[in-house]
Design a protein around this ligand. Structure first.
Ligand code: PA5
Length: 466
């Protein structure tokens, strides 16, 4: 079994009628589930949802492995330049499957390059990372589906100059552009300037693209078993692509979250009890928020809908967030990500000089983290806080691939329940346009005028300390 959903503590019998769900409520959505499934099936058949079929592409592993080999020979450092869906999946899976990779020396890394995923334009952060690398031995994956993203374009400009200053005209060999197969400036540059490039299949949006070269190439370069990742996803597909609600964990989890949302539990907390899975919660946060947070329903009506995803980490956030989850407003569902078997046990030894710690001896860190998760779930349940758990038997390429795929399908299906388009993100456009205007880009004069007007009207209210 790759992933198990335990939703015992989502039900009224566990957390009470006010926050818990009844069997009838789940049953009440079986017909709607079939309808949404049928819509998905039709869209898949029309080629509108290609992300579903990515794990079944037989050629991609060989292609990515071949290219990764060249990268591994050429570079000691690999830097991903991208943002949002072009970065978060790679970070999540890299940490899950190559935890601590960059901290190892070259021989411990088996000569594989270090991987830095730079998804911001903070000049201090960007420069600090470049300072760790020798430009002559550093490669860049410039990842942007649209090719227009201001952050990625700006990073590219800085990195190109930085490499060219060291290696001259051969700088092009240091860049691989991963972008739309046909359109956009990155595709144009690849064709015109002779950069190596990979195509993001048409119709696969950023946050659903980790099983394309967007994620597979950087992950292959650092030794992630990408075949295992895709196999896990493909195996998972057998369990999450059918219309029987009560046996489909992706659909059922979407329904649980949706019903809880309708009850007023509008915050979705994802809380891995695993350092390695920490950034999967980051990846999911974007997937859930950008896909479901919408002003308009698919019928055009104004809905302002969407659950707010929040990340937490067990056990760390038991000493931070859990107080709020336990006693604060009844507005959250906590989903634990649980690893059933860790790679390491780390037994807790005896220490006779510390008798107060004697109760720990004979146990292990693996046991402790698992017990703490159970203890937190029990306490939440006793406080009538809805919670559920997704279990991975172990953290492997297969289980992580399955989890990612399951959460993608869950999100797409949730779009049907919330009656929004989970594949678009119109709400991020306006801010982009103002950025262009402020950067003096031609064609954005109207936005520049709006900015000036707003500045003229609003009285500044600013306080300083010191
Ligand atoms: O999920 C999405 O579509 C977004 O988060 C994009 O990935 C993000 O905005 C970056 O876009 P692009 O890949 O076009 O640079």
């Amino acid at each position: 079994m790759l992933i198990t959903l335990d939703y015992t503590n989502m039900m009224a019998e566990a957390v009470g009628a006010a926050n818990g769900l009844r069997e009838e409520e789940l049953a009440g959505l079986t017909a709607r589930t079939r309808e949404i499934h049928e819509q998905i099936r039709l869209r898949r058949a029309a080629g509108e949802l290609p992300f579903f079929d990515l794990p079944h592409d037989p050629a991609i592993v060989a292609e990515m492995t071949r290219l990764a080999k060249d990268v591994q020979e050429q570079f000691d450092n690999l830097v991903v330049l991208g943002i949002g869906g072009s970065a978060l999946g790679t970070t999540a899976i890299f940490n899950a499957l190559r935890y601590g990779h960059n901290l190892m020396d070259a021989s411990q890394r088996l000569g594989l390059p270090r991987l830095f995923v730079l998804d911001n334009v903070d000049p201090d952060g960007f420069a600090a990372h470049l300072a760790l690398c020798d430009p002559a031995r550093t490669g860049f994956l410039v990842i942007s589906k649209s090719g227009t993203t201001v952050e990625t374009s700006s990073q590219f400009l800085v990195a190109r100059q930085w490499v060219a200053a060291s290696v001259g005209e051969r700088y092009r060999e240091h860049f691989i552009l991963i972008t739309d197969p046909k359109s956009g400036i990155l595709r144009e540059l690849a064709d015109r300037e002779g950069y190596r490039s990979c195509a993001i299949p048409a119709g696969v949006g950023g946050r659903f693209s980790v099983f394309t070269p967007v994620g597979l190439l950087p992950l292959a370069c650092v030794g992630v078993d990408i075949a295992g990742l895709l196999k896990g996803a493909a195996d998972c597909a057998r369990f999450v692509c059918h219309d029987d609600l009560m046996t489909n964990p992706a659909y059922l989890n979407a329904v649980l979250q949706y019903l809880a949302y309708r009850r007023g539990l509008r915050i979705t907390v994802l809380m891995p009890y695993s350092d390695r899975l920490r950034y999967l919660a980051d990846w999911f946060r974007q997937l859930w928020a950008e896909s479901l947070g919408k002003q308009f329903a698919t019928d055009g009506s104004v809905v302002h809908v969407g659950p707010t995803p929040v990340n937490a980490l067990g056990t760390t956030d038991q000493h931070s967030q859990v107080q709020l989850y336990m006693e604060g407003p009844f507005d959250k569902v906590v989903t634990f990500l649980v690893v059933d078997e860790f790679d390491q046990e780390l037994p807790l030894p005896e220490y006779p000089a510390a008798p107060q710690m004697a109760y720990l001896a004979g146990h292990s860190l693996a046991e402790l983290i698992s017990i703490e998760q159970q203890a937190t779930a029990t306490a939440l349940t006793r406080n009538q806080r809805a919670n559920c758990a997704l279990h991975l038997p172990r953290v492997t390429a297969e289980s992580v691939g399955a989890l990612v795929y399951m959460l993608e399908v869950q999100t797409l299906f949730a779009g049907g329940l919330f009656e929004v388009d989970p594949l678009d993100q119109p709400g991020v456009e306006e801010g982009k346009l103002f950025t262009y205007a402020l950067m003096g880009r031609k064609g954005y004069e109207a936005q520049a005028r709006q900015l000036a007007e707003q500045k003229g009207v609003l009285k500044p209210r600013v306080l300083a300390c010191g």
